[in-house]
Design a binder for this molecule. Sequence first.
Ligand SMILES: Nc1ncnc2c1ncn2[C@@H]1O[C@H](COP(=O)(O)OP(=O)(O)OP(=O)(O)O)[C@@H](O)[C@H]1O
Length: 691
Amino acid sequence: MPAGDSAGAEARRQLALADAHAQAAAEARATAARYGVAEVTEKRTALALAPLTAVGHHLLADRRWPGSRRAQVDLVVVGPGGVFIVDTKAWKDVSIHGGRIHRGDEDVTDDVMALADLGYTAEGDLAEVGLAPGEVRAVVVLAGRQGINESVGPVRVVGEKDVLRHVASFGNRLTPSQVDVVLGRALTLFPQVNAPAPVNVVVPEPVVAPPPEPVQEALLSDDEVQAALLEGILASPIEEWMSFLHPYQAKLVRRSFNGPARIRGSAGTGKTVVGLHRAAYLARTRPGRVLVTTFVRTLPAVMRQMLGRMAPDVVEKVHFTGVHGFALTLLKERGVGVNLKPALADEAFAAAWDAVGRHGLLAAATHGPGYWREEIDYVLKGRGVQDVTAYADVARTGRRHRLTVEQRRAVWDLHRAYDDELRRRRVHDYADVILLAEAELRREPLTGYSSVIVDEAQDLSCAMVRMLYGLVGDAADGFTLIGDGQQSIYPGGYTLAEVGISLAGRGVVMDVNYRNTAQILAFASRMVADDEFADIEGVLARGDTPANVPRTGPEPVIDHCRSWRERDARLVARARAVVREVGTRPGDVGVLCMSRRAAQRAAEALRADGAPVVMLEDYDGSQTDAVKIGTIKRAKGLEFKQVLLPDVRATQIGDATPPADDTERERWERLRRELYVAMTRARDGLWVGVV
Ligand SMILES: Nc1ncnc2c1ncn2[C@@H]1O[C@H](COP(=O)(O)OP(=O)(O)OP(=O)(O)O)[C@@H](O)[C@H]1O
């Protein structure tokens, strides 16, 4: 090598090293600037939220982002309002439109969605201790901003001055001991960050200046802090199950089913609770709307009220409606004429019976016209059976009495005569409404629903389930049936195979009774002890028995009365007595009857005694402090601290032997199941007035 070459090479090496150091210095300066800004802005957010510690919240600062070695979560708040994962952004020029967030011209929605993903991770982890998924909230705080409260997907974006009010507004959703449980888990999920930020090029560690003095300037005035905390304190109270579940339930809420699923379990095992949480969860995480429906018209309204308190953020994305209401609205929107007139339909049936039933083969059987009407309504029209040959093959699920081929033919003739009478009168019955809607949906499918949840699914007809299933088909998490075959109180039934639904292992059983005391459940279970019923999965089933009934209380009371007048007096006395108990108000009492007439009579007796009364037909779940009165059918899915059953006959309860006749036995079992439904509405106390 010529002299001087090695010196030149060394000079170039030193210059390259100098460049590398200069570059490292520039990067470190930029990082320092970011950390410096973050330090200040995060501190300001922590400062803004600090007053929450006075009302039971814990602020976890500088936590590691789960699953990442470097990334940090600015702040995790755990408290009575739930869990808040907070990220502070020192962004200028922020605008939010149509669920997307921009920084100047740059769309930074994905940046914000990373926090949403973290929310989902935390939700899944905290479900392990029972925290309901909706109780984890991702919040982006815009440094130096105020008067902002917007949604970007599931993330709430608020100004620095708004964040306290936002978090405090959730009020007391968790009890102190639940907060402790969640906090313990959160401390493990979000470990403390200690490691310094990595430096890319090996350079001597700089001597780091001490951190700036903490920001002392008050973000909010004392009055503003007081107002925000007060808002939380005054927030309407929620029930425990709305925010905290059994871990089994919480995980089920988020579980993904790769097709139609079924949740079953005996009365009071939290099926509706899981259904509601699942509706909220799916509404939050899926693009379309969620339909929640039942056979009974009034129950969805009550469920909507519950969701409104539990998850106000998604209530508009969930459509609650009775199954007939759904069909009628669809037909109206599509301009399909329908003239539902149940009373005129009864007249049409009476005319058909007179013309072809009264003197024919069916009249010779022991069952009256009512039995044949049920056969038409539930077995034929409940399925939309098109011709007599198809009827010959129908399994007649739930009907005990076997029909001969001739009887089936005679039923078909009666069915045709009834149909003709309906058309002649230009009226429809309830089953027609469903069949018309189903046909209309076949003609032009309805889009927009990503999930359908059917509660009390055992009450629906085959055609109803088929219509609803058609809205979502086999989509993942599309169709969820919730119910309990033991609570079927309508004639007939269906199997999922008839509808074309395959569960393929997507069935879940709930087995902790959260509602009833062991005494009430034991009493009610006697009604259905030997009951066998055709389950929708196509097997002959016995009711599910809960593995655990944690609550206990007094034995139910049976009051034998000699006359209706005496019964009225005892009913009134019982209603008065239970509201004298600490913690029971008139609104906690349900008076449930076999018929509407009996319900009216009970209402009159209570009104005459000055008791506030609301009929279940008019009850939509709004909080009201009036005794609720109605038929057992109207009380499906509801619950009351105290249940009074005033119109039970001695022959209907106790360990009576079932009738030998098939048809009588079917009715007897149905009635006992109805009483079982009524009795299992009671949380603490049950009174049965026997005349
Ligand atoms: N995790 C829970 N913690 C406390 N209470 C709960 C929990 N889950 C459910 N409950 C209580 O149990 C009651 C019954 O729940 P839910 O109405 O969901 O039962 P269900 O199985 O749908 O009953 P049914 O079939 O009789 O209508 C709820 O009102 C609620 O008070």
